[in-house]
Design a protein around this ligand. Structure first.
Ligand code: ZN
Length: 188
């Protein structure tokens, strides 16, 4: 196992469009190991998603924790993550829905981002099989956040109201003063 370092905003890899993987690459030991190492890095950082560019591989691949939206007493999923390779996103319902987002590559900050509330993602799984998933609400946010990493975008680029980009310490008191704005938040 290789210990991967999560790179931060300012590193050029986070701003590149990641290249797609070939089927041969998907079946390679290199990618299988990278998936394992990314899962470990994501767990250690307590993130719910991690995209390959965040560990300095400009490849079109992201992991999402499968247990993040399960009830706490639900049995753990096996494998505990989903792998999205060469994903393409389609907006199903463009109605915007806002959530507080954080990012392992932008540590210490939270920002309020509005995104389409319902999307479809066509992708390859870790065996190279074509898959399609529709997601709404929070799962749609997680997918859009992760897939943005594959096109060189960070959530901070998507914030329309810059007064809602806060340090985490301030965010907690901000929510106390603005309880209506509390909602689910994610960090990935
Ligand atoms: Zn992120």
């Amino acid at each position: 196992m290789k210990k991967l370092k999560i790179i931060k905003m300012g590193h050029p890899t986070l701003r590149k469009v990641a290249r797609e993987l070939t089927l041969e690459e998907i079946h390679s030991g290199f990618i299988k190991n990278l998936i394992q190492d990314m899962y470990k890095a994501m767990q250690e950082a307590t993130g719910i998603g991690l995209a390959a560019p965040q560990v300095n591989y400009s490849l079109s691949m992201a992991l999402i924790d499968r247990n993040f939206d399960e009830p706490e007493d639900a049995p753990p999923q096996d494998p505990p993550y989903e792998v999205y390779i060469n994903p393409k996103i389609t907006v199903v319902d463009p109605t915007l829905s806002g959530h507080w987002e954080g990012c392992l590559s932008v540590p210490g900050l939270r920002g309020f981002v509005e995104r389409p509330r319902h999307v479809r993602v066509d992708y390859l799984d870790q065996e190279g099989r074509p898959k399609s998933v529709e997601a709404q609400d929070f799962k749609a946010v997680v997918l859009q956040h992760e897939l943005d990493h594959l096109i060189g975008k960070l959530y901070v680029d998507r914030i329309t109201d810059r007064t809602k980009l806060l340090y985490e310490e301030e965010w907690e008191s901000y929510l106390k003063e603005n309880p209506k704005e509390e909602g689910k938040s994610l960090e990935d």
